[in-house]
Design a protein around this ligand. Structure first.
Ligand code: ADE
Length: 311
């Protein structure tokens, strides 16, 4: 098992203290930016970016649309709320160990954050949720976690950590309420935000139609390749966790498969054949919607942070 006992917390924290001005060293809120969403940085005042490469224990994000820096700064009016922001996240599919994927979350917890806001790009399994909607996650299904790919496998980080972490209320009701209150204050409209269940898949392949249907039938509303390891580490560290999923594409779940047999039979009988269009999801599409909706995500996160810690 991966050893949590050797995680270099002291070195990482010392490095941060040496690079970040004192007034920014005690963030209250941690934020993780998903694909194409690091423009959230524009909401941060007095920003100081620390490249992951300079931080012991940090991996490098290799995915287009992700930066690799930890940003410190202030969000909101008045003095502002000190925040720490992951500009770019690490995914298991990049080859990072699960302990590396969640290491920044544990570091943010040691910096003193109490609240963790995680954003991501996701595909919609639920046809009632349109592209561009931000889904406030209420629960998850994580097949990898259930089958041996769990970031909490191995010796606990310390003796005070629970061996069996309950996940019956992983998603903070208080923070979910703030998300809807923030959307209301920003007059985003009732359909801007939805609520739903996130299915975590390891990637890097997108789901097949049959897998999409399975996840939908299992009760998931959106599907993505990130976030859940961070949620587990955040919960283990005792944080309040909020997840906001931006829907960047609709997962195609055919009611009926195209029948090659019927097409061939019709063709051979000289009858007209109606061919179905094939739809393919792409990372470019994911990034494009991310870009278009980044502004909304930015104002929403900004407002939620303000509501967490009123000036
Ligand atoms: N991220 C964005 N869209 C996705 C999809 N359809 N499946 C998995 N992860 C995604």
């Amino acid at each position: 098992a991966e050893s949590n006992a050797t995680l270099p917390f002291e070195e990482t924290l010392a490095k941060i203290r040496s690079l970040v001005p004192e007034k920014l060293q005690k963030p209250q809120v941690g934020i993780v930016c998903g694909s194409g969403l690091h423009t959230l940085a524009a909401a941060i005042r007095d920003i100081v970016e620390v490249p992951y490469a300079s931080l012991p224990g940090f991996g490098k994000s290799t995915v287009p649309g992700h930066k690799s820096a930890l940003a410190f700064g202030l969000i909101g009016p008045g003095e502002g709320v000190p925040v720490v922001v992951m500009l770019g996240r690490l995914h298991p599919y990049e080859g990072h160990k699960l302990s590396t994927v969640v290491y920044p979350i544990r570091v943010m917890a040691r910096l003193g954050i109490k609240n963790l806001i995680i954003t991501n790009a996701a595909g919609a399994l639920n046809r009632d949720i349109a592209v561009g909607t931000i889904v406030v996650i209420q629960d998850h299904i994580a097949l990898p976690n259930m089958t041996g790919m769990n970031p909490l496998l191995g010796p606990p980080v310390g003796p005070e950590y629970p061996r069996f972490l309950p996940l019956s209320s992983a998603y903070s009701v208080g923070l979910r309420r703030l998300a809807f209150i923030a959307a209301h204050k920003l007059q985003l409209g009732v359909n801007a935000l939805a609520e739903g269940v996130y299915a975590w898949v390891s990637g890097p392949t997108y789901e097949t139609p049959a897998e999409g249907r399975m996840l939908r039938n299992a009760g998931a509303d959106v599907v993505g390749m990130s976030t859940i390891p961070e949620v587990l580490a955040g919960k283990e560290e005792g944080l309040e966790v909020l997840v906001l999923s931006l829907v960047t594409n609709m997962v195609v779940i055919p009611n009926k498969y195209r029948s090659i047999r019927d097409e061939v039979e019709a063709e051979l009988a000289g009858k007209p054949v109606a061919r179905q269009e094939e739809v393919v999801v792409s990372h470019e599409e994911v990034l494009l919607i991310g870009k278009q909706k980044a502004e909304v995500m930015k104002s929403l996160v900004e407002k939620i942070v303000e509501l967490i810690a009123p000036a």
